[in-house]
Design a protein around this ligand. Sequence first.
Ligand code: ADE
Length: 416
Amino acid sequence: MKGYIVKDIDLAEGGDKIIEWAGGRMPVLSHIRERYEREKPLEDIKLVACLHVTVETANLVLTLRAGGAEVALTAANPLSTQDDVAAALASAGINTYAFRDETEDEYYNCLTEALKINPHVLLDDGGDTITTVHAAQKTETIMGACEETTTGVIRHHARARDNKLAFPVIAVNDAETKMMFDNRYGTGQSTIHGVMNATNILLAGRVVVVAGYGWCGRGVALRAKGLGSNVIVVEVNPRKALEAVMDGYRVMPMREAAKLGDLFITATGDTSVIRGEHMKLMKEGAILANTGHFNVEINVNDLEELAVQKSEIKENVVEYRMKDGRKLYLLSEGRLVNLAAAYGHPPEVMDMSFADQALCVRYIVENHETLRNEVYPVPRDIDEEVARLKLKSMGVEVEELTEEQKKYLSSWDMGT
Ligand code: ADE
């Protein structure tokens, strides 16, 4: 099967240039690509990748192809495709089914087209592909899957708990070289970039409410604080809430934060984190943005119901006028603002996330017969190899233990 559905195939030349530009900032993935070109570990393997179609994803797809795989690519979100990148990949012979601004039907139609390849391995971001193949009972060819994001990992754990998982899933999201860098520094920077692109507001002196203090929320709070914002954290987990307090933030429930925020950013992976009861309390001009995977964190139905008038101010900014005259602004329809209004995480961090992905795909191909239908962590040696390669590419050397230190660390009889 060969084919593509993209916005405009003539955008390919521009796409090629930026894919190469990003590739130059992804040394770990480039190293793996060279190795895969020589070793061809994915010969005769068919992959479906449901990922945000960005320059970084393009470099992953080209790495997997260099390893011998046939890849069908579809978007992980209706608003996250970079059309020039999709065109470049389609021109390069990758089965690409993605364009920016898909309706929900078009989104699932693209996913269905990609699945016609009859994949051996899935690369998912958010879990829609894994859910779709289970619903259609089309799991018999599948050796396993890799999951890129927290939201997806939560869904797959729930499926595994109910004994409804038909193949092994590797939680790539949870690798230390992924979560602690991509989720924190990637989401932190790109979310602020998305808000600035959409609004050009000054963050200094503003009250920014960050919902969720996982690695993503920590990153967003850190960058907002760095730009001079007064950050409030809303968190349900007491340990994380305590960490936010000790990191210097005010912590309170959304019903209190709602009255204070100028800008709200959700990063929880949960639903209806900001809902009608909070919108009723917000200040005139408050801006609402989400950076979690699904567009459920801000309850847009509540916003629609409370509003008496709605108008698009500019791309990615919609104004909702409330009965009492207050105006609230929703960015990117409540979809992930870092990909809808900016370019997503920078290549330097996606380098590690996608190196983990490329190595885990190979791991599934080589080990699927011994894996059970469970959610697995990324093997420790893959995580450590990615960290080692990244440090090497940065010219950073780490300290080595002396023999005396090794002995000390493995002993139990030394003390004062
Ligand atoms: N998720 C977040 N940022 C991304 C990017 N730049 N490419 C692919 N997936 C992403």
